[in-house]
Design a binder for this molecule. Structure first.
Ligand SMILES: [Zn+2]
Length: 329
């Protein structure tokens, strides 16, 4: 990694990947707030990531935008850049860079399971892999997401006299939960908090079928019993949620596998639905890439680094500042 430093700065072309602070040239892997920041001069990303950044931060959140579609190469000086779908959220990519014959792949956030709300993950071979490790402990083994959604539908049937408030992050998770409900044949109107509206609209404009969704209007008196209402976890914790009578509080997150965490957030119905790879996906992918070196950037670094050593791979933890895993998952 001589030509790339631990801040994910590609030195020969003075370009950073997912920089935390404004820089001259940035490659953005996806639109989540801990990867996409406003204020860069030049941004290279997929068209979806660029649109998502504009929705969240405004049209002028960077001086210049350049689109690079997935599976197309771009050569800047002697560095070749190619994006591969990361399967994390709409527009998310891994960034493969090649310089003087050495290939380094940055996974960004990723998952390898199928998801109708974004392109499926594509595995890539490389010499060096820079991987996330949000759920990089063997205890993290995500269950099948359809089984988790069935728990929500079962609860609606059992407690049809109570509203079901589901905590979801606004970008990615909200749309995925709606889509999973539709896949299970749930065709009723689904209610959303106002902060989810623009991103849901954007997904629908990209031909992702979310069915009938309606913004909650608390000024109008309405009976929400037996309905599904999606809102960011912060709204569920604040005064907004008190307008609903005796709701069942649910939350869709990979962290819901930690019972203590669900309890602390007063979540009655935890749904373990993650947009990140679990331990098995992380280790399986590291093996697939044939990478000699693995750098772990985000999350539970030590266990993956140890696993690499046991498997004769050079593993190293890269500590990046400014990362925040809350609500992103
Ligand atoms: Zn993310």
């Amino acid at each position: 990694m001589k030509w790339i430093d631990k801040n994910l700065h590609i030195k020969p072309i003075n370009t950073h990947i997912d920089p935390y602070k404004p820089v001259e040239n940035a490659i953005i892997t996806h639109g989540h707030a801990d990867h996409a920041k406003p204020g860069h001069k030049n941004v290279l990303a997929t068209s979806e990531t660029i649109e998502i950044m504009k929705i969240r931060y405004g049209e002028n959140c960077a001086e210049n935008f350049q689109i690079l579609p997935t599976n197309q190469s771009l050569k800047i000086n002697d560095v070749l850049i190619k994006f591969f779908p990361a399967g994390h959220i709409l527009g998310s990519v891994q960034v493969l860079t090649e310089y003087k014959g050495e290939k380094i792949n940055f996974t960004g956030d990723y998952k390898t399971t199928s998801d109708q709300t974004c392109k499926d993950f594509e595995p890539v071979k490389c010499h060096t892999l820079v991987t996330e490790a949000t759920f990089g402990l063997p205890v993290f083994q995500h269950p099948n997401e359809n089984e988790e959604i069935k728990k929500l539908l079962k609860s609606i049937n059992l407690f049809s006299e109570r509203p079901h408030l589901v905590g979801v992050y606004a970008l990615g998770k909200a749309q995925r939960v709606i889509n999973l409900l539709r896949q299970q044949g749930y065709d009723k109107e689904i209610f959303i908090h106002g902060s989810l509206e623009k991103l849901c609209e954007y997904y629908q404009n990209n031909n992702i079928d979310l069915g009938r969704i309606t913004k909650v209007n608390l000024k109008k008196k309405k009976d929400y019993n037996g309905e599904i209402i999606l809102a960011p976890p912060s709204a569920i914790k604040n005064i907004w949620s008190r307008k609903f009578e005796d709701p069942i509080i649910c939350q869709a997150s990979g962290w819901m596998s930690i019972k203590q965490r669900a309890k602390q957030s007063l979540v009655e119905l935890p749904l373990i639905i993650s947009d990140h790879a679990d331990w098995n996906e992380l280790t399986k992918y590291i093996k697939f890439t044939d990478a000699e070196n693995v750098y772990v950037t985000h999350g539970r670094e030590e266990a993956i680094v140890h696993w690499c050593k046991m498997n004769n791979i050079n593993g190293l933890a890269l500590s990046l500042s400014g990362r925040d895993d809350e609500e992103q998952l």
